[in-house]
Design a protein around this ligand. Sequence first.
Ligand code: UDX
Length: 474
Amino acid sequence: MVAKEVIKNFEGVCKNLKAQEKLNIIIVGTGYVGLTTGLALGYLGHKVTCVDTDTAIIDKLERGISTIYEPGLEDLLKDKGNIVQFTDRLLESLSNADIVVIAVGTPSKSNGDTDLSFVEAVAREVGSAMDPDQPPVIVNKSTVPIGTARRVEAVIKEELERRGISSTFSVASNPEFLREGAALHDTFYPDRIVVGANDMHALNMLRQMYAPILEQTFTPPQSVLRPESYSLPALVTTSPTSAELIKYSANAFLAMKISFINEFATIAEKVGADINEVAKGIGLDKRIGTGFLKAGVGWGGSCFPKDVRSILFTAGQYNCELQLISAALDVNQKQRMKIIEKLQQTLKVVRGSTIGILGLAFKPNTDDIRESPAIDIINELLEMGARVKVYDPVAQQKYRETYPEQKIVYCDSAVDTARECDALAILTDWDEFWQLPWKEIGQSMDQKIIIDGRNMLNCEEIKKYGFTYSGIGR
Ligand code: UDX
């Protein structure tokens, strides 16, 4: 534990790295990971260039407009002239690069395998143009299957050989653990930084890149303050393969933890226990921990589902069965349908009913709807012949663009959504849903039924307004 005073003593001293500590860093890919990492490293004083082939994205970022919804990002972007450059030309930015961070997308294939074509394309470009006398350290930050560090190395070697060059260079694996909605916070104040490298040069370069974070020598940005209780992060150094597996293990474990509590929510309902009380009771055991024990409609997003499927695929290739992880995935799929079951139990007939959905994003503080439980639930309701009204404070536009063909009524507020509904289902725990005018909402509904898919409401309070309330495992 680092004393607060120690951190305070450093504040303001070292926001600007000394010239010899500054690295020339290229970040390829400006999605959640790339953009956040690029802006954070730029803020810390490195010379950062963010590259993306999508010129529309680069154009927007150039104008200081964020292309993703992420708290604190706009503030750093306002300052971007001083901290980061944006370009669509990787080849031109490669000269003088100390580190090239690959943070491009790694989508799922239909069989659960990971599509590495974007990663390999970057590796190829790097190999075709990098300076063999002063090769940059190549860093895999995208979540990639086991062996990708070796694959990237092989692709770069091929390109160098094509140029008639035989040069040694390092490829390291540096997985990210940032949560959407808290991406900058997790970048500046991580629990640990994992670096998988086979040689000291790569390790030292990454240590230098992360030095301001490892030592917390920077003045926190106004919008991403350092938590009072924060202690210095550990630097975990491993082989590239272990680093790759650490990322999958972390996400699989967290997904499993949520599926565990969701499974127990089902038995809690049957025996008349409250899963929130159970979660608290077990979470305070330090061996278990309180995090990721919130029962609800299950996990979604761009990482857990994809990474769980990917590690299951890899395990399959090794003829190795990951039974717990398969079960976690299975439980998660069924968990979404709990909302439908609850609607059937309370409404009896869903066909012809009007159902209001509060929340489309897979979690609050993001506009990301990838693999959001809302998608499966809305599809099922439409399939069953229900009329669906929806509201999400941020993700609504994205949902409409992604599913333009769906007959959904988009509303401007939770109150507007509830009007003439037979039931309301809360699917994302947005802050604004904590304090809704329940009396007014109840008066405007045809039937006063609430399915609280995130266990966020005080059920006793809600029942006072005459609602029939059903949470998850309460
Ligand atoms: C996750 C990991 O946390 C992060 O380390 C990794 O780098 C990327 O994947 P993210 O997907 O952004 O981050 O969100 P997270 O906060 O982990 O939530 C994932 C899903 O689990 C969400 O759908 C959330 O609603 C759900 N969840 C989370 C629960 O249902 N219960 C919980 O207790 C915690």
